[in-house]
Design a protein around this ligand. Structure first.
Ligand code: ADP
Length: 371
């Protein structure tokens, strides 16, 4: 029983036993064939002996026995040599097969223990090589997911620290009587709390988006109408700030299969940012047009602009060009990331261009005409 368990658990033993089995079957077949063939070979020799006038029954029996013994002995010797060869071959092949498997076992054990750096060299271009090749991307995905998770927790903690310490110092001031117990103090507290609420809401969206769990409820939407309605929603805020809002929507824009509320969120985020980063007397223009394959929406402002070094990063999570400026305005650097995920979930692309600081910026996204 113990031997069977050991054999079942060891690939090397299984390989050796499979070689041995093939050898034994070969030996039995050869032996049986030789036994069946020997009398026939002998009969032919007896005919020759008779032709040579030698007729002795004892000699014939002797010859038959000798011949069979000789064949049998040779077969036993050959089988013994073959067994030694099988042991050597199985040690060689087992080592070759086991090495990558052991490497994979070690690497996956390290991953299970929380070390995501382990990679393996593909041993050969066969099935084992394919297994090793698919192991590495899996380890990479786990590694980057883990890194994202750690970064996200760090970022969230960092984001929460500022409003929390502001709330705490206001409350301490109130308790000590240093901060006046008046409406303005409570308004400040309320602002911080609603910032945290917005952050929590954005984070929920972000984590769902980053996990690829955005479920889109697609339906046919008139994109021109959608842009008009979002612009109408924000127009009072534009008027309050004194920023002009201009719409240039091409006639007869195609209807697209999109998730209405998600698309509204994308346009609201981009338009909200354009308003936020544009000074009074500035202008924001929304343009929409389509070609044979895509619909384009561009939101152009005459605001603070973005310098070239920051442009490649602004869609990254929690990235803010000017941390103090955005923080004061309540931004957390998440909304562009969410917008990117939402546009990409619809099969589109999003990018930003800017001629530089104080030169305004343009955010453009596309949606495919056919999903
Ligand atoms: P936030 O909530 O801080 O605005 P976003 O993800 O929306 O975060 O934007 C990320 C950063 O990109 C912002 O902090 C800002 O620096 C920059 N940004 C976004 N939109 C504009 C714009 N229209 N003009 C200039 N800078 C912008």
């Amino acid at each position: 029983m113990k031997v069977l368990t050991v054999i079942r658990q060891r690939l090397g033993w299984k390989l050796f036993l499979s070689y041995l089995l093939v050898l034994i079957i070969g030996f039995v077949i050869l032996d049986v064939t030789a036994e069946l063939q020997t009398p026939e070979v002998l009969a032919r020799n007896i005919t020759t002996l008779r032709a040579m006038q030698v007729d002795n029954p004892d000699l014939v029996a002797d010859l038959e026995a000798h011949l069979q013994d000789a064949v049998h002995d040779q077969l036993v010797l050959a089988t013994f040599v073959a067994i030694v060869a099988a042991i050597a071959a199985s040690i060689f092949t087992t080592r070759r097969i086991l090495r990558p498997i052991q490497a994979m076992t070690l690497a996956s054990q390290r991953i299970a223990a929380g070390d995501y750096q382990g990679r393996i060299e593909p041993p050969s271009p066969d099935e084992l090589g394919a297994l090793a090749t698919s192991f590495n991307p899996m380890a990479e995905v786990l590694d980057s997911t883990e890194r994202r998770r750690i970064d996200l927790i760090g970022d969230v903690a960092h984001e929460l620290r500022t409003p929390l310490s502001s709330i705490r110092s206001s409350l301490e001031g109130l308790v000590d009587g240093v901060v006046p117990c008046e409406a303005a103090t409570f308004l400040g507290l309320q602002r911080e709390v609603s910032r945290m609420q917005r952050l929590a809401h954005d984070l929920e969206d972000l984590s769902r988006a980053e996990a690829g769990q955005i479920r889109l409820e697609l339906r046919s939407v008139d994109m021109g109408e959608l842009i008009n309605s979002v612009a109408a929603r924000l127009r009072p805020q534009f008027e309050d700030k004194g920023v002009a809002l201009r719409l240039e929507i091409a006639p007869r824009l195609p209807h697209l299969q999109v998730d209405l509320s998600r698309m509204t969120q994308v346009i609201l985020n981009l338009l909200g940012n354009a308003l936020h980063y544009t000074a009074p007397d500035g202008e924001v223009a929304i343009r929409a047009w389509s070609d044979h394959a895509e619909l384009f929406v561009a939101i152009q402002d005459t605001g603070v602009g973005i310098s070239a070094e920051h442009l490649p990063h602004i869609f990254e999570r929690f990235y803010r060009v000017d941390k103090s400026r955005s923080r004061a305005g309540g931004g957390s650097g998440i909304r562009l990331t969410i917008a990117r995920h939402l546009v990409e979930a619809h099969g589109g692309r999003i990018w930003a261009t800017s001629a530089g600081l104080n030169q305004g910026s343009t955010f453009t996204f596309t949606l495919p005409l056919s999903p």
